[in-house]
Ligand binder design. Structure first.
Ligand code: UTP
Length: 241
């Protein structure tokens, strides 16, 4: 099977350090050894926010801030590339075609951000759509998609299952509440909806959870199941990966 894993910066590198990156790379390598083709998209996390905060105080405009954020996502992507060693490309892909070529040639393709005014959530969804992935997994620092921000609202409940349209509606509602942070952004949700991409949003701080979700569909997060999708996908029902 073909899978795109979007790893939040706060999951992979809350601060630059080797252990978490090594653990995530080991999980990706195991999936590769199982016969999966893997695309990885890496976010900027707290480090990106620190740089963006400093540059904002220096008077940078929003596009300049986004460019800075993209640079940090690419630094994190380079950390993952370093940990993956021979199994991957030498540098983060800057566009989907380059990433797709790497995937076709059997490498793990790794991307950070690509263009201002979005986040790597959207890059993950677009890459999954571009390479016709079977599955898109968001490894975030929250346990799934909630009805409200669980840090702000005690009544917030986690969705076990959503359709693409329901995901768009939930995320649009969350984004209207200033300060509340959605686990994926609205552009990503819209790409997921239009592509009918089977998607999982889970707490990826322990990378083995990503592997279990990819191999067996088992997780405690949120399943986004396209309208009209039948029973479980064949790659979970059989030995085919
Ligand atoms: P992230 O994807 O890490 O943003 O990119 P985020 O969702 O705010 O971070 P988490 O998930 O909460 O940790 C970091 C920043 O890089 C810029 C944006 O400014 C984003 O906030 N960026 C990233 C882009 O402008 N374009 C991209 O394609 C990716």
């Amino acid at each position: 099977m073909k899978v795109v894993v979007s790893i939040g910066g706060s999951v992979l590198a809350p601060e630059p350090g080797a252990d978490r990156v090594r653990a995530h790379a080991a999980e990706v390598t195991e999936l590769l050894e199982d016969g999966c083709r893997v695309g990885a998209v890496v976010g900027g996390g707290g480090v990106a926010r620190e740089y963006i905060g400093a540059a904002r105080n220096l008077g940078a405009n929003e596009i300049e801030l986004d460019q800075l954020g993209i640079d940090v996502t690419r630094l994190n992507a380079r950390l993952l590339i370093t940990a993956l060693g021979e199994d991957t490309v030498t540098a983060p892909a800057r566009d989907y075609e380059t990433a797709g070529e790497a995937l076709r040639s059997g490498d793990v393709c790794v991307m950070g951000g690509v263009a201002p005014a979005q986040t790597t959530d959207a890059v993950g969804a677009a890459l999954a759509e571009y390479v016709d992935a079977d599955l898109l997994v968001y490894a975030t620092s929250v346990p799934g998609v909630y009805s409200a921000d669980p840090n702000e609202d005690d009544d917030a409940t986690k969705y076990a299952e959503l359709t693409g349209k329901e995901l768009v509606d939930v995320i649009a509602g969350l984004e209207m509440n200033a300060g509340s942070s959605a686990p994926v952004d609205l552009l990503a949700a819209k790409i997921i909806q239009r592509s009918g991409m089977r998607t999982i949003v889970l707490d990826g701080t322990d990378p083995s959870r990503i592997g279990r979700a990819v191999r067996y569909g088992e997780h405690d997060g949120t399943d986004v199941i396209p309208d009209g999708a039948g029973a479980e996908p064949t790659y979970w029902a059989s030995d085919e990966r």
